[in-house]
Design a binder for this molecule. Structure first.
Ligand code: AMP
Length: 209
């Protein structure tokens, strides 16, 4: 099964991708997590992408497409954070075509801007495993410590009001063309992204049945 999870920053795509990967026992590929890992390692790629990420801008397509090609597992994947514009969607189609493959579902988690601002402003992530928390609605048992792996919880540098606004703008500009692309291919599924993660996950599972 080849599934793409698409949504604005804070739509919950990372959380749903992790739950779905576990449920289906399929590899999850999160481009944002991979890029953050490269920045943390201060690798050559990390140094190239850092300023784009901190400014809430998309990293150039040629850099991220290579990362995707190296990381996806053609027989099955849950891909999150890629593609994010039409050019990337076409590049992904090209990568999959080489193996005579195509995506099965392009799942769009639909949610409005007000919810996003609240979610992102109070989001904390685990530095080690990437798990997501929310200071009020989904806090960790011990403050600042990840329930799953004991790692340190931090606030992402790009989860500040100014950059959140920029990321939302980038998303709004790019989303229509990509949604149209997958709609035309008959792969688009819209999911209501409101509610808690379990409610949303039930909606996601329903479409897979
Ligand atoms: P995310 O964790 O998905 O919110 O991504 C964090 C940041 O990583 C984005 O704001 C971009 O700077 C960069 N990024 C993630 N995915 C992509 C992509 N598909 N294309 C370009 N940049 C990306």
């Amino acid at each position: 099964m080849k599934i793409i999870l698409f949504g604005s920053p804070g739509s919950g795509k990372g959380t749903q991708a992790a739950m779905l990967a576990e449920y289906l026992n399929i590899k999850r590929v999160s481009l944002g997590d991979i890029l953050r890992g490269e920045v943390e390692k201060d690798s050559q790629l990390g140094r190239k992408v850092k300023s784009y990420m901190e400014g809430g801008l998309l990293v150039p397509d040629n850099l991220v497409s290579r990362v995707i090609e190296e990381n996806i597992n053609i027989p099955g994947f849950i891909l999150e954070g890629y593609p994010r514009n039409l050019e990337q969607a076409k590049r992904l189609e090209g990568i999959l075509k080489k193996s005579n493959a195509d995506v099965d579902f392009f799942i769009y988690l639909d949610i409005d801007q007000q919810i996003i601002i609240n979610r992102l402003g109070k989001r904390r992530i685990c530095r080690s495993c990437g798990a997501n928390y929310h200071l009020e609605e989904e806090s960790s048992e011990k403050e600042g410590i990840c329930d799953s792996c004991g790692g340190e919880l931090i606030q992402r540098k790009d989860d500040n009001p100014e950059v959140i606004k920029k990321r939302w703008e980038v998303f709004s500009n790019e989303s229509k063309s990509i949604l149209d692309f997958y709609q035309a291919k008959g792969k688009l599924v819209n999911i209501d992204g409101r509610g808690n993660k379990l409610e949303i996950f039930e909606r996601v599972k329903k479409i897979l049945r």
